[in-house]
Write a protein that binds this ligand. Structure first.
Ligand code: FES
Length: 508
């Protein structure tokens, strides 16, 4: 590792390089055609597509728009979603695997057409996507993936050399993919949607949905958004009905460093097949290349101190990229479903009014755009060929059952483990900008000491389903290992499915 320091606080380059509009809080009950919860790529693209067809839409966000995973992505617009096509052919058959590719390819085209029709300046650039390995045991997997590409007529090439100077044994290229600045793109979609009549509200938390004759979103302040249709675009659905989403998905975190390097970037977007994950692309910062070095995935709320993950990327960048400066670091949260295909569609198979879109793994630019198109087509009663593939009610016996058992055994383990843990009260030894878990008044308590030496104490019992949260030193948040909810050090919800803050604890 070099002596060039990581930034003290996480902040994504995307948010720091665009000026986004802000919106008021919802202060009254309203009636609309479609209520959307969540201001990321799914919600905003759906709002844009629906509003172009004169549908009356309102979108709310619990915080500010574009500050969830969409604001923290690596923003690759690609159908190369890691090693996936060989597996999809095995589990779903060639037709469905082909549809998955076509849907991602259509999403790329939709993004490109939108950029041209609205003349959006968002650094959109065509690039080849590479998945590479430096491990002997992954070479045959890349070969099998290449065979799957050939079966699906995906333009590709298996190679032992790539333009980037990193050690590798084999790489599979998917030609003609793309990258962009996601927030410059989505900012224009927000502005266009607003011109088409979409109302945006920020700092407006949805806490429930009531479903009588028509569904209604209930906000924390008790206001109602009555609508014909609701789209839950909150990444992890904040409302589950009887869909049991919490039991059939898991969340993991990954990290990004934005690095200025003395080297010239040769083009391309790269990701390795093995773990730990390494992902590399560049973007432009004031006319200079900014290398985005990502990876280090782990299940949310588990594993080593999160700052160690940034350190591992730092070491990788120092060894293979060269570091002049590290202007930004940030992390993101992704959700994976039992069979790795997103859940997009009606929340349960007998509910045609409430839609969910979740489980994009790391591929939210394409999957979020697919979701917006599939759901907006359904609402405007247009046929969409991808509906069945993504239906949340689908059932794939293998390997879902094993995975289902492992996700839920893990949740049970964390529920019990967290309750049994007992730590000595060591608040006095706590350094500034550090946290500990202790017991205060018999309750497990999370204590963070800020830089001004003030203590922030919260009850560590997650308000979703009662697991115990763990400290995330990289982002200064309390993260839940069960379904991935995250809370600020003052207890506010940062990421669902939890909708209620952690209880604050007063010092004894
Ligand atoms: Fe489900 Fe915490 S996110 S218990």
């Amino acid at each position: 590792m070099t002596d060039i320091q990581l930034p003290q606080f996480p902040e994504p380059f995307w948010r720091d390089s665009v000026s986004l509009p802000s919106f008021p809080k919802l202060e009254q009950s309203i009636n609309v055609d479609v209520g959307i919860v969540g201001g990321g790529i799914t919600g905003i693209t759906a709002a844009y597509l629906l509003s172009k067809q004169n549908v009356n839409v309102t979108l709310i966000d619990a915080g500010v728009i574009l500050n969830g995973t969409t604001g923290h992505t690596t923003a690759k617009i690609t159908a190369q979603h890691g090693l996936i096509y060989d597996e999809l052919i095995q589990h779903f058959g060639q037709d469905k695997a082909s549809q998955y590719y076509q849907a991602a390819d259509d999403a790329q085209k939709l993004i490109q057409e939108t950029i041209s029709s609205l003349a959006i300046d968002c650094d959109f650039q065509k690039e080849d996507a590479y998945i590479y390995t430096n491990s002997d045991s992954y070479i045959s997997q890349l070969e099998n993936e290449k065979k799957a590409y050939d079966k699906l007529n995906i333009q590709s090439q298996l190679t032992e050399t790539i333009p980037l100077d990193i050690p590798l044994k084999s790489a599979l290229i998917m030609k003609d993919q793309a990258q962009f600045h996601p927030l410059r793109y989505l900012k224009v979609l927000v502005e266009e949607s607003a011109k088409n009549g979409v109302q945006f509200f920020e700092n407006t938390t949805a806490t429930d949905i009531e479903h009588n004759k028509h569904p209604a979103i209930i906000t924390r302040d008790g206001n109602r958004i009555s609508c014909d249709n609701i789209i839950i675009a909150t990444q992890f659905p904040f409302y589950d009905k009887e869909g049991f989403y919490f039991a059939r998905m898991y969340q993991d975190r990954s990290y990004v460093l934005a690095v200025k390097s003395p080297k010239t970037f040769p083009g391309g977007m790269y990701i390795n097949a093995e773990t730990p994950t390494r992902s590399i692309r560049t973007t432009s910062m004031n006319g200079e290349d900014l290398w985005l070095i990502g990876g280090e995935n782990h299940k949310t709320g588990t594993g080593q101190s999160t700052i160690e993950h940034y350190n591992a990327l730092h070491s990788f960048a120092a060894e293979y990229v060269g570091i002049d400066q590290i202007p930004y670091r940030w992390s993101a949260q992704d959700i994976t479903t039992l069979d790795k295909v997103p859940y997009i569609g009606p929340i349960t198979d007998n509910n045609d009014a409430i839609f969910v879109a979740t489980g994009y793994r790391k591929w939210g630019m394409t999957n979020g755009t697919v979701a917006a198109k599939v759901i907006s087509d359904r609402i405007t009663q247009k046929e969409n060929q991808y509906e069945d593939l993504y239906s949340p009610s689908r059932f794939q016996a293998d390997p879902s059952i094993r995975k289902f058992a492992s996700i839920n055994a893990d949740v049970a383990k964390h529920l019990i483990k967290g309750k049994l843990e007992y730590t000595e009260n060591n608040i006095n030894k706590l350094a500034a900008d550090d946290a500990t878990v202790t017991r205060i008044g018999g309750k497990r308590a999370g204590v963070y000491k800020d830089e001004g030496e003030s203590l922030h104490m919260v009850d560590t019992t997650c308000t979703h389903m009662g697991c115990e949260v763990e400290w995330n030193s990289g982002d200064r948040t309390w993260d839940c290992p069960c379904h991935g909810s995250r809370f600020s050090y003052t207890g506010e919800v940062v990421t669902g499915p939890a909708t209620k803050p952690l209880s604050k604890i007063d010092p004894e």
